[in-house]
Design a protein around this ligand. Structure first.
Ligand code: KIV
Length: 292
């Protein structure tokens, strides 16, 4: 891991910086992280925002989808990420059923992300049906990022992980939802797996910045799941992912080399061992009654 100090010399990114970047036409960068070490590396690479996504459920915890992820899972990982990052805007993803039951529960759970998890904001999925929830959370002083298009917590309702907003009716609804979420107080919106021209239209019409994932180049920023970018998650790779490394392969090579070395007696070598002064060694043998 990098031994560089954190970016104490740089001003932390805020929700206002997001809006400023949109105004001056600078792209906003965002990646997911779920642990201290990865967050530290991403933060020091000067990312604008780190999302502790509920994709955690799939890429770290090995579930089929994000539905089993709990508030306690999220808080645990948010705390680790917040210890590793002091520059990026930290956003915690509200898991399935943490904001749907009642406004009170939604506010309480959103608050936990800031109070216990060290996050700066929360994200939740859904369109117009979430507007009262968003107003309530924003009303409690907690910044909210919306999420439209492919909303993975609705995977069963959507009939799988598939692109959204392809028909005129679907696209119009998504367009209207984006305006409703802005009016409800969202500081930004994730647009996932929708046609690039629809994402462009939505981004042009909104004052708040859009962050795309599988939504083309004309959003106000981009996000990817870090495990996809690094080639760490081998179950499937969505077509919108650009792999910047193949760490799955690198890790496999490293683990196989380690196993081979241990089995062949080639690790550890002398330089990996600690020494003991002769006098201490001889005293020990005398004490134990063992002949040298
Ligand atoms: O959970 C997650 O990682 C997300 C991103 C895909 C936006 O919601």
């Amino acid at each position: 891991m990098s031994t560089q100090p954190p970016h104490s010399d740089r001003k932390k990114v805020t929700t206002l910086s997001f809006r400023e970047k949109k105004i001056i036409g600078e792209q906003i960068t965002m990646l997911t992280a779920y642990d201290y070490g990865t967050a530290a590396v991403i933060d020091r690479a000067r990312i604008d925002s780190i999302l502790v996504g509920d994709s955690l459920g799939m890429v770290v915890l090995g579930y089929e989808n994000t539905l089993p992820v709990t508030m306690d899972d999220m808080i645990h990982h948010c705390r680790a990420v917040s210890r590793g990052a002091d520059y990026a805007l930290l956003i915690g993803d509200m898991p399935f059923m943490s904001y749907q039951i009642s406004l009170d529960e939604a506010i309480r759970n959103a608050g936990r992300f800031l109070q216990e998890g060290g996050m700066d904001a929360v994200k939740l999925e859904g369109g117009r049906e979430r507007s009262e929830t968003i107003k309530a959370i924003v009303g409690a002083g907690i910044p909210v990022m919306g999420h439209l298009g492919l909303t993975p917590q609705s995977v069963h309702q959507l009939g799988g992980f598939r692109a959204q907003g392809k028909s005129a009716t679907q696209a119009q609804r998504l367009f209207e939802d984006s305006q409703i979420l802005q009016d409800a107080g969202c500081f930004s919106l994730v647009l996932e797996s929708i046609p690039a021209r629809l994402a462009k239209l939505v981004s042009q019409q909104l004052e708040i910045p859009t962050i795309g994932i599988g939504a083309g180049p004309d959003c106000d920023g981009q996000v990817l799941v870090t495990h996809d970018l690094l080639g760490l998650f081998d179950r499937f790779t969505p077509r919108f992912v650009k792999k910047y490394a193949d760490l799955h392969l690198e890790m496999t090579r490293a683990f196989e080399a380690y196993i081979q070395d241990v089995e062949a007696g080639e690790f550890p070598e002398r330089r990996h061992c600690f020494s003991m002064p002769d006098e201490a060694w001889e005293a020990l043998l005398r004490e134990l009654g063992i002949e040298a």
